[in-house]
Structure formats: C-alpha cells, structure tokens
Design a binder for this molecule. Structure first.
Ligand SMILES: O=c1ccn([C@H]2C[C@H](O)[C@@H](COP(=O)(O)OP(=O)(O)OP(=O)(O)O)O2)c(=O)[nH]1
Ligand SMILES: [Mg+2]
Length: 164
C-alpha cells in the first residue's frame, strides 16, 4: 500500500534562481528540507559568510522556519551556522540566507553553487503575553543553571531533600 503523503501545510515559495531546486526533503519523515547555495564560496578556517539560497517563502502566521546546520557537513568539515538555528519569521519575504561558518582549525571549505548547505525546519510557534510580576512562582530548579547539576558525570543531587 503506498504511504499517504503526510504533508500538512502548503508554503508558497518563489525561486529567485530558477535553475536551482526548491527546498526538498531527502526522505519521507525528514524534518528538514535541504537548502542550497546559489554561489560558489570558499570559507577559510574560522571564516563566516552570508550565503544566499535562491528562495523566498511566505509562511502562514503561527509558523516559523528554522535554519539548521546539516550534521554530515558539520562532522566531516566543521561547517556550521553562526546563529544556529536561524529564525525566518512568517512575515519575512526576502531571500533566505544562511550564515555559514567554518569551524575547522586548518582546512578551508569549498562550496559550489547547488550544494546543499543547510536545512529548513518548519514549526508552529506560540506568541505569548508577557505579564510583568514582582515575584515568580517557586520551582524545583529555581535559579540554578549553567552547570548547577554537575559536569559530564551523573547529576549532583539537588532540591529540597538534598543535604550538603
Ligand atoms: O538564518 C537566517 C536568519 C534570518 N533570516 C531572515 C529572516 C528573518 O525573518 C530575518 C530577520 O532575522 P532575525 O530576527 O534573526 O535578525 P535580526 O538581527 O533580529 O534582524 P531584524 O532586526 O530585521 O529582525 O532575516 C534569514 O534569512 N536567515
Ligand atoms: Mg529580529
């Protein structure tokens, strides 16, 4: 039996570069649709660049597109995104761009027009009302953060029952 197409949302896309593909999912079930670079670019070690993808989208209100790195390029070459994940707002109509960075300490990264450089994950988001108060409700974590539960090992016990 053929798998039903689970695509739930249509997103309008303008191809600013008609010779390059639309964002596309590599497999059924993938969360990320791959984006390509429209330009050849070489990133020296530590260098970053704003790379055009040749697409502009109109997301319905209530949805956001997040620009994520591709893990294979990160693992093999140290390629990542400076502001990962990038946020594409539903009202944005400009070209989607990717702020690539080469984290490799030694090797340059050469990208060619049409290479898949990032992936777009489209999600619902909430807009909230920020209600100002003087005191926040208690919680078990409280203001502990930034390693308060310990490092790589098992979490340090904490909370109301813990005695030093
Ligand atoms: O990786 C990204 C991140 C952002 N954008 C576009 C879409 C987004 O809606 C707009 C603004 O992004 P953001 O809010 O992150 O940037 P900002 O520095 O806060 O700019 P602004 O003052 O325009 O909001 O830039 C991209 O194309 N790629
Ligand atoms: Mg902003």
């Amino acid at each position: 039996m053929p798998t039903p197409d689970p695509t739930s949302l249509t997103v309008e896309v303008v191809r600013l570069d008609p010779d390059l593909p639309l964002p596309s999912y590599a497999h059924p079930g993938d969360a990320g649709a791959d984006l390509v670079t429209t330009v050849d670019v070489t990133l020296a070690p530590g260098e970053r660049a704003m790379v055009p993808t040749g697409v502009a989208i109109a997301l319905p209100e209530g949805f956001v597109a997040l620009v994520h790195p591709r893990s294979g390029l990160a693992a093999r070459h140290g390629l990542s995104i400076v502001n990962t994940p990038g946020t594409v707002d539903s009202g944005y109509r400009g070209e989607i761009k990717v702020l690539l960075v080469n984290h490799d300490p030694v090797e340059p990264i050469e990208l060619s027009r049409g290479d898949r450089i990032a992936q777009l994950v489209i999600q619902r988001y909430e807009r909230v009302r920020f209600a100002e108060v003087d005191v926040l409700p208690d919680s078990v974590r409280g203001d502990g953060g930034y390693g308060s539960t310990g490092g790589f090992g098992r979490p340090t016990p904490f909370g109301p029952d813990h005695e030093e």
